[in-house]
Design a protein around this ligand. Structure first.
Ligand SMILES: Nc1nc2c(c(=O)[nH]1)N[C@H]1C(S)=C(S)[C@@H](COP(=O)(O)OP(=O)(O)OC[C@H]3O[C@@H](n4cnc5c(N)ncnc54)[C@H](O)[C@@H]3O)O[C@H]1N2
Ligand code: MOO
Length: 394
C-alpha cells in the first residue's frame, strides 16, 4: 500500500496553482498575494511627535529652561511660522514637528504659565519624535507568503495599497454519500444518523481559503451519485466522503470511474483513512474521503489542506512538530497511525497524551483533541519521554 508521503505527492500532482485576480483591500483578508505590493508613500511621511507636549530646539533642552510658546501643531495641522532659540510650539501626538534638531517634552514635564513653559529638573533623554520613514519607505515591497491577516491588511492600508493581486480562491464541491444520512435539523429514521462529514470538510476547506459548494447528500445508488457529481461540475476540487471502502454499497469509486475519474490511487497505509481515493475528473481533482468522520477529518487535514495550499500558491507541507510522549505507547501495525491526542506544556517540548479510545467514529474524542500523534508504521513500543511527531489541529 502507498505510504502517506507517496500519497501526498500524488494528490499534490493533481492540482496546480490557480490564476490571479484583483481584489479590494477590504476583501483581501485570508487571501494570498500573487505579487509583491509596493509602498506608495513613506511612513511616517514627516517626522512626527509621539506625545502630547511641547516641541523645543535640542539646544534649549536644559533642566529648568524657560521658553515662550509661539503656536500650535496638531495631527493634520502643522505649525507654519518661523522659530527662534528659546521658543516652543505646543504639539500633539501625530503632528509634524516644526523643524529639525528638536525634542518633544511631555506636557507632564513642564510647568505652563500663560505663554511660558518651564522645563522640569529631571528631563527625559528620549526625544519623543518618530522620524520620517521609520516604519517604511516609498517603494518598499511587502509580500507575505501566507493568508493575509488583519495586521497585514493594516500595513497594506498604511502603504496606500487599495487593491491587490491575489490567487483565485479554490472552488470545492463537498459531497456526502450514504443512505443512512440526514442533515442536522432533520429527524433521522430508525436506521439513520446525522451527516457530520460535510460540515467538517466545509469548515476546514473554508478556513483554508476555499469557496465551498455544499451539495445534497448522494444516496448509495448510481443515479443519485451521478446526479450529485453533475452538480459538482466546474469546481476545482470535488471532495466526497463515504462509500470508499469495499462494501456492496460503496459505489463512489465505481461511479466516479464511469464519469471519467482517472484514479491516482485507492487505499493507503494510514490509520485511520485507509480507503482514501484520489484522481482527476476532467479538469477537477477528486478526493474520496472515507466515511468514518475521524478518517475523513484526518485525511482532510493531511491531504485536502495541502492541496488547497498549493492551489493558492502556498507551501503545502504539513506543519509537523516535535513533542515528548507523556505516556507509554504500544507498537503500531502496517499503517502510519494518526492518534487523537491532547497536549500539555513541557520543557523544552510539549507533552502529548493519546486518548485510550481511538475508534474512527468517535467525534467526541476528535473534538476534544489538540493534535494528532503521528506513530510511524511498524514502530516498536515507546516509553514516556520519547520524542515523537505531532500535527496540531485547529
Ligand atoms: N471489509 C472491510 N470493511 C471495511 C474496511 C476494509 O478494509 N475491509 N475498511 C474500513 C475502514 S478503515 C473504513 S475508514 C471504512 C470506510 O468506509 P467507507 O468510506 O465506505 O464509508 P461508509 O461505509 O460509507 O461509512 C463508514 C461509516 O461512516 C459513517 N458515515 C459515512 N458518511 C458520513 C457522514 N457524512 N457523516 C457522518 N457519518 C458518516 C457511516 O454511517 C458508517 O458508519 O470502512 C471500513 N470497512
Ligand atoms: O482507516 Mo479507517 O479510516 O480505520 O477508520
Amino acid at each position: 500500500m502507498l505510504s502517506v508521503e507517496e500519497a501526498l505527492e500524488k494528490v499534490l500532482a493533481l492540482v496546480a496553482t490557480l490564476g490571479c485576480e484583483t481584489v479590494a483591500l477590504r476583501d483581501a483578508r485570508g487571501r494570498v498575494m500573487a505579487a509583491p505590493a509596493q509602498a506608495q508613500l513613506t511612513q511616517p511621511p514627516f517626522s512626527a511627535s509621539a506625545m502630547d507636549g511641547y516641541w523645543i530646539a535640542a539646544a534649549d533642552h536644559r533642566p529648568g529652561a524657560r521658553l515662550r510658546v509661539e503656536g500650535e501643531a496638531a495631527a493634520g495641522r502643522s505649525y507654519q511660522g518661523p522659530l527662534a532659540p528659546g521658543q516652543a510650539v505646543r504639539i500633539f501626538t501625530g503632528a509634524p514637528v516644526p523643524g529639525p534638531d528638536g525634542v518633544v517634552v511631555l506636557q507632564e514635564h513642564v510647568i505652563r504659565e500663560d505663554d511660558t513653559i518651564t522645563l522640569a529638573q529631571d528631563l527625559e533623554s528620549h526625544g519623543n519624535i518618530r522620524p520620517e520613514g521609520q516604519d517604511f519607505k516609498r517603494g518598499d515591497s511587502f509580500h507575505p507568503k501566507r493568508p493575509l491577516s488583519a495586521r497585514d491588511l493594516g500595513l497594506l492600508a498604511s502603504m496606500n495599497v487599495s487593491e491587490l493581486s491575489v490567487y483565485r480562491r479554490p472552488e470545492v464541491a463537498v459531497i456526502a454519500t450514504g443512505d443512512e444520512l440526514v442533515m442536522p435539523g432533520e429527524t433521522p429514521g430508525p436506521d439513520q444518523i446525522i451527516c457530520s462529514n460535510s460540515f467538517i470538510v466545509t469548515a476546514l476547506a473554508e478556513s483554508a481559503g476555499a469557496r465551498v459548494r455544499l451539495l445534497p447528500i448522494a444516496r448509495d445508488d448510481r443515479e443519485s451519485l451521478r446526479a450529485v457529481f453533475d452538480l459538482a461540475k466546474g469546481a476545482d476540487l470535488v471532495v466526497t466522503s463515504g462509500g470508499a471502502s469495499v462494501g456492496a454499497h460503496d459505489l463512489v469509486g465505481e461511479v466516479a470511474g464511469e464519469l471519467g475519474l482517472e484514479r491516482a490511487f485507492w487505499k493507503i497505509a494510514m490509520r485511520p483513512g485507509k480507503p482514501l481515493m484520489a484522481g482527476k475528473m476532467g479538469d477537477a481533482a477528486m478526493l474520496g474521503l472515507p466515511g468514518n468522520p475521524v478518517s475523513a477529518t484526518v485525511c482532510a487535514e493531511l491531504f485536502l489542506r495541502p492541496m488547497l495550499a498549493k492551489l493558492q500558491g502556498l507551501d503545502p507541507a504539513p506543519r509537523i512538530e516535535p513533542a515528548e510522549l507523556a505516556t507509554d505507547v504500544a507498537p503500531t501495525g502496517a499503517r502510519t497511525h494518526y492518534m487523537r491526542a491532547t497536549l500539555s506544556p513541557g520543557d523544552p517540548l510539549p507533552r502529548v497524551t493519546p486518548f485510550a479510545a481511538q475508534d474512527s467514529a468517535l467525534l467526541g474524542v476528535l473534538a476534544t483533541a489538540d493534535c494528532l500523534l503521528i506513530r510511524p508504521k511498524d514502530d516498536v513500543a515507546r516509553r514516556a519521554g520519547a520524542r515523537v511527531n505531532i500535527l496540531r489541529l485547529d
